[in-house]
Design a protein around this ligand. Sequence first.
Ligand code: PLP
Length: 350
Amino acid sequence: MSNANFNLGALIRPNVAKMIPYSSARDEFKEFHSDMIFLDANENPFETGLNRYPDPQQRKLKSIISKQKNIPIDQILLGNGSDEVLDLIFRAFCEPLKDNVITLPPTYEMYSVLANLNNIENREVLLDSDFQPDLNEISRSSDTNTKLLFICSPNNPTGNLISLEKILNLLGSFKGIVVIDEAYIDFTNEVSWITKLKEFPNLIITQTLSKAYGLAGIRLGICYASKEIISVLNKIKPPYNINELTQQSAIEQIQNILKIKKGITSSIEEKEGLLKALVQVSYIEKIYPSDANFILIKVDNAEKRYSQLLQNGIVVRNRSSQALCENTLRITIGTKSENEKLITTLKTLK
Ligand SMILES: *Cc1c(COP(=O)(O)O)cnc(C)c1O
């Protein structure tokens, strides 16, 4: 099934392939000794706890992630949120006004924002009525300038996992790079596509600490790929893209696996409860199955229900403007008491 014709060199933008990366002062030596005197980076010498530049390669944090995910450090890149990782992927592989990418709406809107920002054509191939990719249409829409295909699984805003067979098929047939966004993978029982990296040199996986890990505020996204792809992304990333406070709190928090697991379990239990309650609300016409920490529902009038909830102090996301999502609201699973308030409010709306 592996993609035998894959040629990474041919996909990299020529200017990126040629460029010499910025070499920061802290890139030039690998060993930190406490008795060394650092007069190389024009930092302030007086201790504030944060007067030094952070490690540009985030070695300590990556070594923890490497052990947890059982993947070599040179197959990991960290970003200022996965949004930065996605932007780096565009900039590494897509030549403005020449190349194109394929996205599968309804899906995460940042792919199209980043395509616009980078002046890259976005070829949208709608998901089918089960919110699964249309393989024939993807193949018809691809040409020699199609560099990236974005698959979000579980998908935002629909909440469903994308079929394993369909992704396997795409990994084997798509000529560019397949990016699988696993922002919600920790809420599912599925194994991550990280386990398939050895088989597929054309695969990039992104994950984030913003959802299941409860750390949206620190902005940390993680990218996994072949070491060749990671080295291209490493070359173009801003030298100090992960600040010191983020590195420190990530190191502290991600080792607390028990706490993270508890949060995930509670979110899933709350979701089950919410699903049972939503069925009893008369104007909810459809509840889409969810493998994430949110539920997409179809209502009689999304605009009206959205405003009514807002008047009651509850903010949800109206997704009606997205393809195939007319009159839908996306509701994040909250705490037990938040969910109870939501249910009570939904039941009283006229
Ligand atoms: C929330 C979300 C992200 C997270 O992005 P960060 O920049 O890491 O916070 C990425 N992809 C999808 C599909 C999301 O829903």
